[in-house]
Write a protein that binds this ligand. Structure first.
Ligand code: OGA
Ligand code: NI
Length: 354
């Protein structure tokens, strides 16, 4: 097993430093928009991330069902991110997912290192921290654990945390529940676009090929939170992303030219429309730019599950039904892998032109 020397943010955070290494300091232009997250989250004025109640999404009553779907549609078109409530996943299961993940991160760093990934040799699953991907050497204030959780036959259980002992059972149960929720959402979104209900599910790979990848984001306390980001601004490449967190604020959404801080809604699951659905819907559903703030006082943990189409088997492009004379295709055909490559290329070009 590789004995990684990658710096863990957790070890930096616990070393007692009063100022953070320069690699974690954001560029000057960005610093002006980073505030104290506990103050930001209190703000009541201005737009707020919508909350969608899914209770009626499968109602027997057609009218009730359609009303619920319409709310989802508006949120998907306007924000592309929302708090889902009455999503059907039990509070108890969500609590246990948080508990087992938290217990893993409470292990000493040496124990977690036994699960270290090796990005250089393509082993992307496991415990890791971001490696700088351009000349600026910019880093993020987080460590993470990344692993495929569904379909079950594609999991590599040998790399999953063995401590706590119920990690695998609980995380697998959650993944199964989320897979069901993803189907419900894809079905509703299909109907919203005037498509047959199974269409988006099929377009992203169906039960066999849609991959659910869990990333547990662990954001240690940061001595200078107004200089750093936990995750830098990005859009998710996934079809859909589902996020649980430990009720510590941090997520911000770039809406109408301003950063909006998401409130913590009890028992909700945050859902993002990712680039994949944005492309298939020809931009009708939005993949919103977002980032994560850190703070001095509380460790923040989030469990993001990315529902991704297969890398090379499917060519993503606006569905013919979403294109017309007045609505030309906004995205060229690309596989998921090509889409990721294209984003990376653009980012590198941007960095070079500064
Ligand atoms: C991500 C992400 C936000 C969060 O992992 O892609 O945007 O709240 N995380 O941790
Ligand atoms: Ni994200």
């Amino acid at each position: 097993m590789m004995t990684s020397v990658a710096p863990r943010v957790e070890s930096l955070a616990s070393s007692g430093i009063q100022s953070i290494p320069k690699e974690y300091i954001r560029p000057q232009e960005e610093l002006t928009s980073i505030g104290n997250v506990f103050e930001e989250v209190q703000k009541e004025e201005g737009p707020q991330v919508p909350t969608i109640d899914l209770k009626e999404i499968e109602s027997e009553d057609k009218e009730v069902r359609e009303r619920c779907r319409l709310e989802l549609k508006k949120a998907a078109m306007d924000w592309g991110v929302m708090h889902l409530v009455n999503h059907g996943i039990s509070e108890e299961l969500m609590d246990r997912v948080r508990e087992v993940g938290q217990k893993f991160f409470q292990l000493p760093i040496e124990e977690k290192e036994k699960y270290a990934n090796d990005q250089g040799s393509g082993m992307i699953q496991g415990y890791g921290s971001k490696l700088a991907n351009n000349a600026s050497g910019q880093l993020e204030w987080e460590d993470y654990f990344f692993h495929l959780v569904y379909p079950e036959d594609k999991r590599d259980l040998s790399i999953w945390p063995k401590t706590p002992t119920d990690y695998t059972e609980i995380t697998s149960a959650y993944a199964r529940q989320l897979r069901g929720l993803a189907s419900k959402i894809l079905s509703a979104l299909s109907l919203c676009l005037g498509l047959e209900q199974g269409r988006l599910e099929k377009e992203v790979g169906g039960l066999e090929q849609l991959l659910l990848q869990m990333k547990i984001n662990y954001y240690p306390k940061c001595p200078q939170p107004e200089l750093a980001l936990g995750v830098e601004a990005h859009t998710d490449v996934s079809a859909l992303t589902f996020i649980l967190h430990n009720m510590v604020p941090g997520l911000q959404l770039f809406y109408q030219g301003k950063w909006v801080t998401a409130k913590c809604v009890p028992n909700s699951i945050i859902m993002h429309i990712g680039d994949t659905i944005e492309i298939l819907s020809n931009g009708k559903f939005k993949s919103i730019l977002h980032r994560g703030l850190v703070n001095k006082e509380k460790v923040r943990i989030s469990w993001a599950v990315f529902c991704e189409p297969p890398k090379d088997k499917i060519i993503l492009k606006p569905l013919p039904e979403t294109v017309s004379e007045t609505e030309p295709p906004l995205f060229p055909p690309r596989t998921f892998a090509q889409h990721i490559e294209h984003k990376l290329f653009r980012k590198t070009q941007d960095a070079l032109s500064k």
